[in-house]
Design a protein around this ligand. Structure first.
Ligand SMILES: [Zn+2]
Length: 196
């Protein structure tokens, strides 16, 4: 795989480590994929209890747009969500699904962060109702929001899905979303404290 897809597999592994290092997911939670030049998808594997940070390039899986495994390991069970997003938006080249603590808490409350800072960011947020992780139903709900223009979709009581045209932008959007939640939370706490 490394001979065929050197850039994308290295990128995926690099982003896996950064997502964990920056506390943007917890433990083994999350999966990451990239669209390859030939239209196939490279995605992190079904990894059991292994952390994203421990994955190597040889662990990755390559599938076609129908989800058939072409090379490597068994893909993440959230592959349907990745495939659905790629199928509705040609510009999407990189997807991060993660469980960042604050954005996941916001998703559980069915809340989106607000404030002037959020408006100046590149975030286009949406939230979808809970469905079983890995289900086609969840995949279709997320794809619908992507079709409407979202690049940061909160999955109720679960986590977030970020999509962009490259790896770096995907990571920035994820960081902006978590930062927006942190700032909004602190603003709410300060307001509550000041009103006493
Ligand atoms: Zn998940």
């Amino acid at each position: 795989m490394n001979d065929l897809y050197p850039d994308r597999s290295q990128e995926i592994i690099l982003i896996c480590k950064r997502v964990v290092d920056r506390n943007l997911t917890v433990s083994s939670g999350g999966n990451i994929s990239a669209r390859l030049a030939d239209g196939n998808i490279c995605i992190t594997p079904l990894k059991g209890n292994r952390s994203l940070a421990d994955l190597r390039e040889s662990d990755l899986s390559v599938v076609d747009t129908a989800g058939n495994v072409l090379r490597g390991s068994r893909p993440s069970n959230e592959l349907p969500m990745h495939l659905a997003i790629y199928s509705v938006e040609d510009e999407v080249k990189f997807i991060i699904h993660a469980h960042p603590p604050l954005a996941t808490a916001y998703s559980s409350e069915k809340m989106l962060p607000m404030g002037t800072m959020v408006e100046s960011m590149r975030l286009k947020m949406a939230i979808v109702e809970a469905d079983a992780p890995g289900s086609q139903e969840l995949a279709e709900k997320v794809a619908m929001e992507v079709k409407r223009g979202a690049n940061a979709v909160l999955l109720e009581s679960h986590g977030v899905v970020i999509l962009a045209s490259d790896a770096g932008e995907s990571l920035m959007i994820l960081e902006e979303l978590e930062s927006a939640c942190r700032t909004d939370l602190i603003r709410r706490i300060l307001r509550t404290g000041c009103s006493k």
